[in-house]
Ligand binder design. Structure first.
Ligand code: AKG
Length: 293
């Protein structure tokens, strides 16, 4: 049985959930009007209408696909920068900083996730830890805010989280693209002794969000409702992160581009000593070491 996670309006309660369960549910990050604008922009990307001449580097389905499969589009804001209004919304940074205690929060990647109605298992997201996909790319305090742009109901394939799985560390198992959502995939995902597989689903209204750590197992089932389930997974990092050993080659430059990787919270001292800013010391030093600057 999957129980329903508490949805928080106050930050201390959300922060306690995030620390104890490995995720939290937030009632409201965007207003209704902001959601409506973001939905129009998301639908344009899904339909292949790009504001810039840059089509997304990765999309799982072509525009007009009717298979019912999950539409996953990476970095949709490179193609439609107007999405930055939602992605870089101040409330994103404020919530992220409140949950983590960080003084600096940056969006370092974004996934658009559009789960069509119709109940096709191809729209499932299999159990996985984000760390399995990012570890070579970014290390340390990086996590995900899943911003709901449609009401998330039990029938639309809500995100499901395994409570406390963030304490299991990097398990090295799981597959985002699997449609098998049996608990622990019938033993394929190893669990530490004395831990159990306890799932909670997050039901929030449009404009709400969930936030999960890089180690928290999560997945989602089919959308059997009549409406698409629409979300933006904002991958965030704090000053306590560092670039991993094998990021995409363009990455150090991309992190310095506010249109691609907006800084959504900066509470650091306004006049830090020279070279002391985490962003430069963590990411620029690597590029310099390669002789690229
Ligand atoms: O949208 C989903 O169901 C999965 C999203 C996900 O895996 C993530 O936000 O990390």
């Amino acid at each position: 049985m999957v129980s329903v996670a508490d949805v928080r309006t106050d930050r201390p309660a959300a922060r306690a959930d995030y620390a104890e369960k490995g995720f939290c549910a937030i009632d409201s990050v965007l207003s209704t009007e902001e959601v409506h604008k973001a939905v129009r922009r998301v639908e344009a990307v899904v339909d292949g209408e790009y504001e810039t001449s840059e089509p997304p580097k990765m999309r799982t389905t072509p525009p007009g696909d009717t298979s019912g499969a999950l539409v996953k589009i990476d970095q949709p804001h490179y193609s439609n920068p107007s999405l930055l209004e939602a992605i870089a919304h101040p409330a994103v940074g404020e919530w992220a900083a409140a949950l983590t205690g960080a003084s600096f929060v940056q969006v370092w990647a974004v996934n658009l996730l559009y789960k069509p109605p119709g109940g096709a298992p191809r729209s499932n997201v299999g159990w996985h830890q984000d760390d399995g996909y990012w570890n070579e790319w970014i290390r340390g305090d990086a996590f995900t805010m899943w911003l709901a742009l449609s009401d998330v109901t039990e029938s639309c394939g809500p995100l499901r989280f395994v409570v406390r799985s963030h304490t299991w560390g990097a398990v090295g198992a799981g597959d985002f693209f699997s449609d098998d959502l049996t608990p622990a995939q019938g033993g394929v995902i190893p669990m530490p002794d004395k831990e159990d597989w306890r799932e909670e689903m997050v039901l929030v209204r449009a404009g709400g969000a969930s936030v999960h750590t890089r180690f928290t197992f999560h997945g989602s089932g089919p959308n059997s409702s009549l409406e698409p389930r629409i979300g933006l997974a904002l991958h965030l990092r704090t000053e306590n992160s560092a670039i991993g050993p094998a990021p995409p080659p363009e990455y150090p430059d991309v992190l310095d581009d506010p249109e691609r990787c907006p800084i959504v919270y900066d509470g650091r001292n306004a006049t830090p000593p020279p070279e002391s800013g985490p962003r430069r010391s963590l990411f620029r030093s690597r590029r310099s070491a390669k002789g690229r600057s």
